[in-house]
Structures are given as C-alpha cells and as structure tokens.
Design a protein around this ligand. Structure first.
Ligand SMILES: Cc1cc2nc3c(=O)[nH]c(=O)nc-3n(C[C@H](O)[C@H](O)[C@H](O)COP(=O)(O)OP(=O)(O)OC[C@H]3O[C@@H](n4cnc5c(N)ncnc54)[C@H](O)[C@@H]3O)c2cc1C
Length: 307
C-alpha cells in the first residue's frame, strides 16, 4: 500500500490475538502502525499524506470481528461489521436506519463499525445513534480486553496498541428514530444528525445530536422533560410537547462547548435550528402525538435535507 508516496508493509492477521501481537510488536519497535477496516477513511488519508504508517494491519480476514449477536438484554456488533450488514437488521431498527443513510452503496459495503469509532467524525452517523443508545465499546490490547462507555472511549482515544473489537448496546425497549440532514446524501457525512430512542419499560427517552460539537452530545434537559411529559401508559404525548422538546434541544445545542467551528456546510445558528427541527420530528415519530390544544398552530417544517 502506498502512503504519501512511500509504501507500507501490510499484515493480514486471521485472529484478534494475531492482530494484537502485530500491534504490540509495532508499538515496541516504535513503528508507525495503522489499523485498516474498510479503508474508506484511512486509504485516502494515507494517499494524501494526511496520515502515515510504516505498517498497516488489515482486519478484513479476522472473521470473529464480523459477527453480530443478541443476548437476553443486549446486542453486540463486531468491529468488522459493515453498514450494509446493519441495514435492515430488525433487532435494532434505529441502528439499521442510521447505517442505511450513510454515504453511497460503496461506502456502506466497505465502511465498518470499528472504522467509524476509529475515525470518530463529528458527523458520524453511527456515533450519534450509539451515543443515544448508551453504547459500550469493547477493546483488546496486550493488557487484555476492556469495555468502556462510548463517551469515555471518545474522550480518551484508543491506546496505540489496542483495537476495537465490538460495540454493545441494550436491546430496543420501544421506537427508535434516526434523522440526518446532509448536503449531498451520497457524498458527505451528516451536517446535523439526531437519534431519539424510547424505552417504554424504563419510562425513558434518550436523544443525541451530532454536528453541533466535536462529538455527538446528549440532550439531558430535553430527555428529562420528555420523561415527565410522556404518558407512559399509552406511549403518547401532546404535539405541543414536541415543539417544546425541539426548543430545549436548540437551547442545549447552542450551549455545547467546544462547538464545532463554523464551516461552509452551515453556520452554527443553522445547525442549532436544524437540531431542534430534527429532534422535534424524531420525538413526534417515536411517540404517537395526541391532538394539539385548540388554537395551537401545527409545527412547521423548517429544515431541508432528507429526514
Ligand atoms: C465519500 C464518503 C462518504 C461518507 N459518508 C459518510 C456518511 O454519510 N456517514 C458517516 O457516518 N460516515 C461517512 N463516511 C465516513 C466513513 O465511511 C466512515 O467513517 C467509516 O465507518 C470508516 O470505516 P472504515 O472501515 O472504512 O475505516 P478505515 O478507513 O479502515 O479506518 C478509519 C479509522 O479507524 C481506524 N480503525 C479501523 N478499524 C479499527 C478497529 N477495529 N479498531 C480501532 N481502530 C480502527 C483506522 O486505523 C482509521 O484511523 C464517508 C466517507 C467517504 C469517503
């Protein structure tokens, strides 16, 4: 493989154990090493010289990373599982939806869960969903396996001799909706994304927004509002509650620090506004709205994109 004009040595382990040994050997000898999942982010970065690696450890042949499974309470998704593998997965409809709206078919066929975590793009679709789902990240290194909450993984980063083996999340406890706004759907990650998950058993609603901070953020105040406002005996809520939920998300998005720097793909104000619109819509889709109080106008739709 060529990296910034130089070629890197490519290793193709067949087991997680072999991959860890290769990482450890590279780390000990001070060799710059990169893990290769589907290569949709890494290969362009190596070619452009944005990243360099003397050794590339390609994970595609590690079959144990390509497994998804369901336990009594949880779902485990291997780091080598692709977006296409997740599309249509009935055990996690929200995750399936987030995977379905990623990039183009080529990106979905090759991009992996491990790569999404490794890249940790601010607009990464899976990251937004997994943040709302309270996911845990499973890693392994020469020191053994470890599991940690997604926010800690994202804040601390991965040790140079470790790899992600899987993510784990709870089985759905109710409706899940994932919405995003993107410039050109097939070519770019989301400008703003929103995941809302309802847990009817625990009387809980979680909401994460991507694209307003450097990482997806949970909307704690809006979540608490939803918990108090939803009629959990029927799983319904008034349409004015959807508007208030959206407003709380706008206010929280504007307080996110550090904020994502303003870019060509939308001012900060646009992204806050879009976050509120997506959140209000996702909230309304998850919970069957009851009729709005008399005289109250219906919620307008203000954001473009394809939610
Ligand atoms: C044209 C285009 C459109 C895109 N559109 C979207 C979109 O709509 N939504 C979206 O979310 N993303 C999008 N992406 C980003 C990309 O597809 C994802 O980030 C993808 O999940 C990366 O996975 P990969 O397997 O290709 O990772 P790679 O490119 O192989 O690796 C990415 C990073 O993760 C590391 N890594 C890989 N596997 C592991 C592992 N098991 N453990 C630890 N680190 C690992 C690598 O070392 C590297 O640093 C797009 C990319 C392109 C090029």
């Amino acid at each position: 493989m060529m990296a910034g004009g130089k070629s890197s040595a490519m290793f193709r382990p067949r087991t997680v154990g072999e991959a860890v040994e290769m990482l450890a050997a590279a780390h000990e000898s001070g060799t710059a090493v990169a893990l290769l999942g589907g290569g949709t982010d890494l290969v362009p970065a190596l070619r452009s010289g944005e990243r360099s690696a003397e050794t590339v450890v390609a994970l595609r042949r590690v079959l144990e990373l390509r497994v998804r499974g369901a336990g009594a309470d949880s779902l485990t998704i291997g780091a080598g599982v692709t977006y296409t593998d997740l599309d249509g997965w009935s055990l996690s409809p929200g995750l399936a939806r987030a995977a379905r709206v990623v990039g183009s078919v080529q990106i979905r066929n090759t991009g992996t869960v491990g790569g999404a975590l490794g890249s940790a793009r601010p607009g990464g679709d899976l990251l937004t969903f997994l943040t709302a789902a309270d996911a845990e990240v499973l890693t392994v290194s020469p020191r053994g396996p470890e599991r940690m909450p997604l926010p800690r993984f994202l804040a601390d980063g991965l040790a140079p001799d470790a790899l992600v083996t899987a993510v784990r999340l709870a089985r759905p406890g109710g409706p899940q909706v994932y919405l995003k706004i993107g410039g050109r759907q097939a070519a770019y990650p989301a400008v703003v994304s929103c995941a809302v998950l309802v847990d009817r058993v625990r009387h809980r609603l979680t909401c994460a927004i991507g694209g307003v901070g450097l990482l997806p953020v949970r909307m704690g105040e809006a979540e608490r509002y939803a918990r108090d406002e939803v009629d959990w005996s029927t799983g319904t809520v008034s349409s004015s509650a959807a508007r208030r939920f959206g407003d709380l998300v706008v206010e929280a998005a504007a307080r996110v620090s550090p904020a994502l720097p303003a870019g060509p793909r939308g001012s900060a104000e646009y992204r806050w506004h879009a976050a509120g619109v997506l959140a209000g819509r996702a909230f309304a889709r998850c919970l069957h709205l009851t009729a709005p109080p008399v005289g109250e106008p219906a919620r307008g739709s203000a954001a473009g994109g394809q939610p």
